[in-house]
Design a protein. Structure first.
Lengths: 367, 796
């Protein structure tokens, strides 16, 4: 009996001291293997009487169980230690830079397009398109701007010769205003109409604030009840949403466009300094768009009765909006494809604009 | 349009401040660009005292002065005869800009003596015309004052006039508008009818009354054109940027800006015979007072004598029969010309003048005689002489429009209620004659307004004077649930842009124009679309491909030191001149490396498979059938002939991709390889929406798929795409995917052959495959490949 206790203690000590799995296996053989001391003593049970057999059997089982548990525990401990040592050898310098990923950008003009679409979409407008090359009917005549109208010289027009006609009035033009889309829309569709028409426009002008191509969004509302007051409300709601401000001071100045009457230009309040422009506060005014009630001659040219229908139209420069909202100083740089500019002023591909989720967020891993 | 405050007050009785006037002008639609105080911008001038005067050692008329500007005492050399010790004057410091000389004062040496500034005469700084000596201020004037503190300047207003407000191209029109806005009272005109005792020896005849409804002429004899234009007139003309030339010219210019009434004066002694107003003959010569010769056509209206066209009617005088210093007898023209005729001729010959500008907008048709009387009055006052009776061809009988306005309509159109009495008051102040008639107010417009046609025009006048800011703002009524804002063909362009940007391409926007010298290689067999009047020679054609401007972009970025560039643009390309002969293309270019040198060393050159992937991704983003498109090898010739292709749906090309042709790149000065793609967005079919948006039911197999590899030897000319399609089609039910995992040419390969290794996915449907099933499938693939591609299975 004493012998068994001694053997057990010695074995447990050996287990605790074992340095590897192989030693543990040897200990196991010596204890519970075919010729191990536990097994040997089990064989001796047959010689004992019933009572002693029972007592001795229980004791041997307990010893066996204790040794096996100790072996298992030690085995796990050794395995963990071994893994830890292996992992230690796998150490790498995680401060090294990440893989280069090329993340592209969305051009500010596209971003503003999406913002403008989101805002006017909320007000029930649909987006309409038209061709860049127009005939003079759609670009001028139908917009109450006949051939010798001085307003035609307000806009320096690019012309494209019509090979089928010697008459200059049959020349095509590269559209000077997205207003041409008003006409194409009214030709196709009966009121009520609520559309915006964003797109490229072209005028023969080139300096820091004028480029031969730029972007406009045209708006047109025609129904039986829309008033100048609605025009003011619509545009006020627009600038507030667009600049993401609770309040934007606005003022309207009477102006002139052949296709609207009364016509107006809208200014927004801002603060100008040499280095920055802050929208929404300050004593200065900044012109941002032209607008007015659709001229009866325009409705007539599209076969709509001006005594029954009325509405408004407006035009805003998309590039100009981008410059104002995002602080981009020079219009010419929009069209220069300078990768440094595109990365700096461009927007992350997942930065989508909506009225429900917000117009601009500009998060993202920009590298 | 510019005018000064004193000029405005000639017509307007007002106590309003400059600020009030400016604010009101803008509010009523005469937008103020700028109010200039001419002295405010003149820096470097101060009042100073001459402390000492000594004779110049080397001159008998120059003096050397010691001048005190309040801060220091400067040595100034001065030649003025009136200089004396103790006098107060105006000192121009070094650096001060002298308008008369057009340059700045420098430190100078006058006959060996240094001078650190200049004592000014009146004309040198534009405060007067005197040049006999330097300015002498009162002896008790303080030292160190600025010019603006000494001289009360006449502020200059610069306003922009919209084309419908031609009467405001004269100061009187502006004054009338301000009076109507309640900012003072319009003063009566003070133009007397001249009593004449004799008739003009030169008669007038008009052949074309449509182009010239009224022509008046008055002969004035014995004028002195050497007389001095009065200071007040010179000052006003100078202030608005017109140079004083001679009294006769100054008077016509002045009336042009005062009354928006163009006039012309001939030297009567140079005219031969009578005046005939007629269309020129084709090819008839005319030399303008700017000495430019024009060959006229038969739509150009000439004011002619027996020797031909002497004046291009209403546009510009000629160089032969105008007035000079020695002119004694003149013929004064005051006439009316049709705007259409003026606009056409002005535009055709590209002549701009103040006269043309007014005539093509609107000149009061009943102001011919008035203008003639006004000019005669000034000529007689300034130059003396004696005026004849006025010769008149045609009749000054323009009947202005009478139309009505309904207060109720103002409310339903503008959205604000304006009292009837207020409407009538505004109209009357603007010069309309009104008459009430039930719910209508009839209004007859004044003859100086050419823009009034109907009720909408009157509404504009009312709202303008009522104040746009006094109209309430009402949000758009949300009467209905909005329709989809972007149409499917618009929405997919947005998605394509975001897809391409997320693939690492920078979106750019470039001109729709391009350089025809480069465009010629990209026209794909279409005719060029040249711009008649390009802004520069490099932007003379509507682009036949978006790639041209993207390549220019690459070139410019390279010049800035950036040669790893990925750009894209979604925009139009043009294949004809007519509206609609354009298509929307999403195009991109990639060149250089995928990244800078990196410790993981996975950077590489962009290649054709990057742009092929871009094209397919864009098509997929548009919900297009990117995987059923077949690849043909016929990309346009600006692509590399052996490294490019077209993605097609039937006959429709939906994209081109490939490396660009090196000799095309050379035209741009690009030596690097560039890969490009062009997705023809309009050719991607819109997904059919007949069954709604529901996706196809997901069918999941209970059995594991199995991958098998098969390598084939084929002729080099065989397209991998064909072999893959053949393998797929060998059994469309069980073969769900085929991938190319190796391509090999070269050693151990027969000449003209290559090996293509495929990895095929077999998907069991009802039961697990037996070995026999798999062998059967592989045999099917082998047979199909042999039949269609002449492919031989390589030993496993």
């Amino acid at each position: 009996m004493e012998n068994l206790d001694n053997l057990k203690s010695a074995t447990l000590e050996q287990i605790a001291a074992a340095a590897d799995v192989k030693t543990l296996d040897e200990i196991k053989v010596a204890a519970t293997g075919k010729k191990g001391f536990v097994t040997e003593q089990m064989k001796g049970l047959a010689l004992l009487d019933v009572e002693a057999k029972k007592a001795m059997g229980q004791k041997l089982n307990a010893v066996k169980c204790e040794i096996e548990t100790a072996l298992e525990a030690k085995k796990q401990e050794l395995a963990e230690k071994e893994l830890n040592e292996k992992l230690k050898k796998e150490t790498i310098d995680v401060t090294l830079p990440i893989r280069e990923e090329n993340i592209g950008r969305i051009h500010p003009v596209s971003k503003i397009y999406e913002e403008v679409v989101a805002i006017f979409g909320e007000m029930g407008f649909e987006v309409a398109d038209g061709p860049d090359i127009e005939d003079q009917f759609h670009n001028f005549n139908a917009l109450n701007t006949p051939a010798n109208h001085p307003a035609r010289q307000m806009q320096d027009t690019f012309y494209i010769v019509n090979p089928e006609s010697d008459n200059f009035d049959d020349s095509y033009v590269v559209r000077t205003q997205t207003s041409a889309v008003q006409i194409r829309t009214m030709e196709k569709k009966q009121p009520p109409i609520r559309i915006i028409a964003p797109g490229r426009t072209y005028r023969s002008d080139y300096d820091a604030t004028h480029t031969p191509m730029f972007h406009q969004v045209e708006g047109l509302v025609i129904d039986k009840t829309t008033t100048f007051a609605n025009l003011k409300g619509c545009l006020y709601d627009f600038v507030k949403a667009f600049f993401e401000l609770d309040n934007v001071p606005v003022r309207y100045r009477p102006s002139y466009f052949p296709f609207t009457e009364p016509s107006a230009e809208m200014d927004i309040g801002c603060k100008k300094s040499k280095t920055e422009l802050k929208i929404g506060a300050g004593d200065d005014w900044l012109e941002i768009l032209g607008c007015g009630m659709v001229h009866p001659n325009v409705l007539k040219a599209c076969g709509i009765d001006p005594d029954e229908y009325q509405g408004f139209a407006f035009g805003v420069g998309l590039d100009r909006l981008a410059m104002l909202k995002y602080g981009i100083p020079d219009l010419r740089t929009f069209f220069e494809s300078d990768v440094r500019w595109l990365k700096h002023y461009g927007f992350m591909p997942l930065d989508e604009s909506s009225m429900t989720g917000g117009l601009s967020n500009n998060g993202g891993l920009s590298r | 349009m510019k005018f000064t405050l004193s000029w405005l007050k000639e017509h307007l009785d007002t106590e309003a401040s400059v600020e009030q006037i400016a604010e009101t002008l803008t509010k009523i639609g005469l937008e103020v660009e700028e109010v200039i105080n001419p002295f405010e911008n003149m820096e470097g001038f101060v009042t100073a005292r001459v402390e000492e005067v000594e004779n110049h050692p080397d001159s008998d008329h120059l003096h050397v002065l010691r001048v005190n500007d309040g801060e220091k005492v400067l040595q100034i050399v001065c030649g003025a005869p009136n200089v004396k010790k103790g006098m107060m004057g105006i000192l121009a410091h070094v650096g001060a800009y002298i308008p008369l000389f057009g340059e700045k004062i420098k430190v100078g040496k006058v006959r060996g003596v240094e001078s650190f500034g200049m004592m000014c005469a009146e004309d040198e700084i534009g405060v007067g015309t005197d040049h006999n000596g330097i300015i002498e201020l009162p002896a008790n004037a303080p030292i160190g004052l600025t010019l603006a503190e000494v001289y009360k300047a006449d502020p200059v207003f610069d306003i922009s006039i919209t084309p419908n407000r031609a009467e405001c191209l004269g100061v009187r029109g502006v004054a009338r508008d301000l009076a109507a806005a309640g900012l003072g009272k319009l003063k009566p005109l003070n133009i007397a009818k001249q009593n004449s005792t004799f008739s003009s020896p030169i008669k007038v005849k008009v052949e074309d009354f449509a182009a010239c409804p009224v022509y008046t002429a008055r002969y004035i004899k014995g004028v002195n054109n050497k007389a001095e234009t009065p200071k007040w007139m010179k000052d006003r003309l100078n202030a608005i940027g017109l140079r004083s030339i001679s009294p006769l010219v100054d008077i016509t210019n002045y009336i042009n800006y005062d009354m928006a009434r163009p006039l012309h004066v001939f030297d009567a002694d140079k005219l031969k015979g009578d005046i005939c107003v007629r269309m020129a003959k084709n090819g008839e010569k005319f030399v303008s007072l700017e000495d430019k010769e024009y060959s006229l056509d038969d739509k150009s209206l000439g004011i002619c004598d027996d020797e031909g066209v002497q004046c291009l009617g209403g546009i510009m005088g000629g160089n032969v029969k105008g007035c000079s210093e020695d002119t004694v007898n003149v013929l004064l023209e005051s006439a009316l010309f049709a705007p259409v005729c003026i606009a056409r001729t002005g535009r055709k010959f590209q002549i701009d003048s103040d006269s043309r500008y007014r005539y093509e907008r609107w000149v009061d048709p009943n102001s011919n005689i008035l203008g003639s009387e006004y000019a005669t009055q000034l000529i007689l006052q300034i130059c003396g002489g004696e005026a004849s009776k006025i010769e008149i061809a045609g009749e000054e009988n323009y009947q202005p429009v009478t139309t009505f306005i309904r207060p109720q309509r103002v409310k339903s159109f503008i959205g604000v209620e304006i009292p009837e009495g207020k409407i009538i008051d505004i109209l009357n102040r603007l010069g309309f004659e009104t008459k009430q008639d039930g719910d209508k107010i009839w209004a007859t417009s004044p003859t100086w307004r050419g823009d009034i046609e109907g009720e909408h025009d009157l509404i504009e006048e009312i709202v303008r004077m009522w104040g746009l800011d006094n109209v309430p703002a009402e949000s758009m009524p949300k009467a209905y649930f909005p329709a989809q804002t972007l149409q499917p063909e618009q929405r997919r362009v947005v998605t394509i842009k975001h897809e391409l940007a997320s693939r690492g391409l920078l979106e750019t926007v470039t001109w729709s124009f391009t350089d025809s010298k480069l465009a010629q290689y990209f026209r794909k067999g279409n005719q060029p679309v040249p711009v008649c009047n390009p802004i520069t020679a490099e932007l003379d054609e509507m682009r036949p491909s978006v790639l041209i401007n993207l390549l220019i972009g690459i070139k410019n970025n390279m010049a800035r030191g950036y040669s790893d560039v990925s750009l894209f643009e979604a925009g139009p390309e043009f294949f004809g001149r007519k509206p609609g002969e354009q298509r929307l293309v999403a195009a991109g270019v990639r060149c250089g490396m995928t990244g800078k040198k990196h410790w993981l060393k996975d950077e590489r050159n962009f290649d054709v498979f990057d742009v092929k992937a871009d094209a397919m991704a864009a098509i997929a983003a548009a919900n297009g059938p990117f995987d059923s498109a077949r690849i043909s090898l016929d990309a346009p010739e600006y692509y590399h002939p052996g490294r490019s292709g077209a993605l097609r749906l039937g006959n429709n090309v939906i994209a081109y991709f490939g490396e660009l042709h090196p000799s095309i790149l050379k035209k741009f000065g690009i030596k690097q390889r560039v890969c490009a793609f062009e997705v023809l967005v309009d050719n991607i079919p819109l997904p059919r929406n007949a069954n709604g948006k529901a996706k196809k039911k997901l069918e999941l197999s209970a059995f594991q798929p199995l991958d098998k590899d098969m390598a084939f030897i084929v002729d080099k000319s065989v397209k991998a795409d064909d072999l893959v399609a053949t393998a797929k089609n060998a059994d469309r039910r069980f073969i769900t995917e085929v991938r190319v995992f190796d391509v090999y040419e070269g050693e151990n390969m027969e000449a003209g052959k290559k090996s293509i290794a495929l990895s095929l996915t077999f998907q069991p449907q009802e039961a697990t495959f037996s070995d026999q099933d798999i062998e059967t499938l592989m045999a099917k693939v082998e047979q199909a490949a042999k039949a269609k591609c002449n492919a031989v299975l390589r030993d496993a």
